[in-house]
Design a protein around this ligand. Structure first.
Ligand SMILES: [Zn+2]
Length: 295
């Protein structure tokens, strides 16, 4: 069992952002990030594998419970040459916050890769897996489900692509439910979205500020702008699933230059809340102590 990010939280005034673990992926590093000199980045691999944590962020504003992304879902699969993927903890992580699925008001998808949509319906989208059940509904049945229209369009035209959202258990249950949002839109007081397309054509980041206006700091929920701390040390690297690598890199540069920003990087196994600290002509990822929760 690799080291995984713990349930942890960061608070801005009356708003709390909590990382809810679901599971992990142990990836073959040269498949996911070709051309990296891993010897120059000691500590990036565990037993020669690139480990990513999978989870969701819960944003509690006082009167709204917002989930950003829906993690991997209930599965334990090996994709030969690519990764072992294991998930299934999300609802237990949510319960540790005293909440059930029906307490979620809004779901926001940063994008629709398979490790961000797993709990969409009540059937997990196991890649290449046999489909023994059809979904009976959405996991977060009371919630609005929000994403960028470009993201929906892109994946609706590419069903069956490995790494994308399953057509039967993710896209279909969202038909007629999904609502589209775009850069600059507000989800709740202090919670807005930003267009960060590049990793995928409709990738969004969610930006959280203290709604009272006190303090300059914001928390930037980065989706898959970053997959691993090595991309902060060397933002020129590209990840194999970047749909438009040049745009993805431009977005990474833009995020690294943001002042007063805590980045919420949901795949980082040694802590998901941190800052990119300028170091010479590059950056160093420094985790901030989101206060660990009891589990
Ligand atoms: Zn991801």
């Amino acid at each position: 069992m690799p080291h995984l990010a713990e349930q942890s939280r960061f608070t801005l005034g009356g708003t709390t952002i909590t990382y809810l673990p679901d599971g992990y992926g142990a990836h073959h590093p040269d498949t996911m990030m070709p051309g990296v000199d891993w010897a120059a980045h000691p500590g990036s691999l565990a037993d020669s594998l690139l480990v990513l944590t999978f989870g969701a962020f819960l944003v509690r504003t006082g009167d709204q419970n917002i989930l950003v992304d829906l993690a991997l879902g209930e599965m334990d699969v090996d994709i030969p040459g690519v990764a072992r993927l294991k998930g299934g903890e999300l609802l237990r992580s949510l319960a540790a916050e005293g909440l059930s699925a029906d307490d979620i008001d809004t779901v926001v998808y940063t994008h629709l890769h398979l490790d961000h949509v797993g709990w969409t319906s009540d059937v997990a989208p196991v890649p290449n897996g046999p489909r023994t059940r059809t979904p009976t509904g959405l996991t977060f049945a009371r919630a609005r489900h929000l994403m960028a229209q470009d993201e929906w369009r892109y994946w609706s035209a590419r069903t069956g692509e490995l790494g994308g959202p399953d057509a039967d258990v993710v896209l279909k249950p969202l038909e007629g439910v999904v609502e589209f949002i775009g850069g600059g839109d507000t989800i709740a007081p202090g919670v807005t979205v930003e267009d960060t397309s590049g990793h995928t054509p409709g990738h969004l980041a969610v930006v959280v500020r203290d709604p009272s206006g006190a303090g300059r700091e914001s928390v930037f929920l980065a989706g898959d702008i970053f997959h691993a701390p090595v991309e902060i040390a060397d933002p020129n690297l590209s990840f194999s699933s970047d749909v438009d690598p040049d745009r993805a890199k431009a977005v990474r540069d833009r995020v690294l230059e943001r002042p007063d920003t805590v980045i919420a990087a949901g795949h980082f196994p040694h802590g998901v809340f941190g800052r990119a600290v300028p170091t010479g002509d590059t950056y160093t990822w420094t985790t901030v102590d989101g206060s660990p929760s009891s589990r």
